[in-house]
Design a protein around this ligand. Structure first.
Ligand code: C2E
Ligand code: CA
Ligand code: CA
Ligand code: CA
Length: 277
């Protein structure tokens, strides 16, 4: 038994070692990329269904490494574990504000959405940093949307609530990202300091023909509306999905149907494409 245990250890050891080395390697790479300013942002439009206009751009972090792109689903969790998310989050916000400032200044009803990790909200200076960046780039605080997932409220300490509250007092809005995928969902919604819910794309993808009955979608939208919240649907890929959601009075839509996330220099393209969709 002892020998088998030893063998098992020996068999697993190289794999564990490889995984560890790979992770350390990627971590070092990410740290270097952040230091060198190699994290960039793409913007994806969010379209108001009533106005048929782009009202918001969501900034999404990008890391191009050795000619390839490391997906955010890989490097964001890594950044959260190592604390690098604070720097990345600040960089994404700063880049987003600077690149979008001209577009935002043309119309006060336009906004910039950024994803905020729970780790960032633990920083007691978070709200202050956001407001300082906004002021430096000439973006009004009320033109900011902070996208957070339900999980940040799970063991919400008063610091987190304080950060979000002081930003909301300045007019910034909070959106609940990936809505419907968490544990608390509908019941707890009224207790959360949020202005908007973003329905996760797993629900949107349930619409295939547009003729099906999907009470879950209408419940989510009606519930949010009855609480005075606005609703965005993410991952809208087909016209059938857009029509279905519009018929349920979903306020805004986001997804490949309108535009892929685009770099700031192609904002004009994204706008045109999204408003023609
Ligand atoms: P998310 O916030 O839910 O962002 C939406 C994701 O869905 C993006 O993936 C976007 O490119 C993708 N998407 C948009 N429309 C469609 C569609 O029609 N169909 C499909 N299949 N996908 C669509 P991306 O850019 O790979 O980002 C993945 C996740 O990484 C984000 O999910 C967000 O949770 C996280 N993330 C990205 N940038 C940041 C950031 O700056 N800070 C933080 N904390 N998280 C970030
Ligand atoms: Ca988001
Ligand atoms: Ca989302
Ligand atoms: Ca998501």
């Amino acid at each position: 038994a002892k020998a088998a245990g030893k063998n098992r250890f020996l068999r697993f050891h190289p794999d564990m070692m490889t995984a560890l080395v790979q992770r350390t390697h990627m971590e070092a790479g990410l740290q270097l990329a952040v230091a060198r300013g190699e994290i960039s942002v793409d913007f994806q439009p969010i379209v108001s269904h009533r106005m048929g206009q782009v009202v918001t751009f969501e900034a999404l972090a990008r890391w191009d490494r050795d000619g390839g792109r490391v997906p955010p689903s890989v490097f964001i969790p890594l950044a959260e574990r190592t604390g690098l998310i604070n720097e990345i989050g600040t960089e994404v916000m700063a880049l987003g504000m600077v690149q979008l400032a001209p577009w935002l200044s043309e119309d006060p009803s336009r906004s910039l959405a950024v994803n905020v990790s729970g780790v960032q909200l633990q920083d007691p200076l978070f709200a202050q940093t956001v407001l300082r960046l906004a002021e430096a780039s000439g973006v009004a605080a009320y033109q900011l949307v902070l996208e957070v997932t339900e999980s940040v409220f799970f063991d919400a300490d008063c610091s987190l609530i304080k950060q979000l509250s002081s930003l909301r007092e300045e007019g910034a809005r909070v959106a609940l990202d990936d809505f419907g995928t968490g544990y608390s969902s509908l019941g707890r919604l009224q207790d959360l300091p949020v202005d908007t819910v973003k329905i996760d794309r797993t629900f949107v993808s349930m619409v295939r023909t547009g003729n099906e009955r999907l009470p879950i979608l209408s419940s989510m939208i009606n519930m949010a509306h009855s609480l005075g919240l606005t609703v965005t649907a993410e991952g809208v890929e087909t016209a059938a999905q857009a029509d279905y959601l519009a018929a349920l009075d979903c306020d805004s839509l986001q997804g490949y149907l309108f535009s892929l996330p685009q770099p700031g220099r192609r904002l004009e393209n994204a706008l045109q494409q999204a408003e023609e969709a």
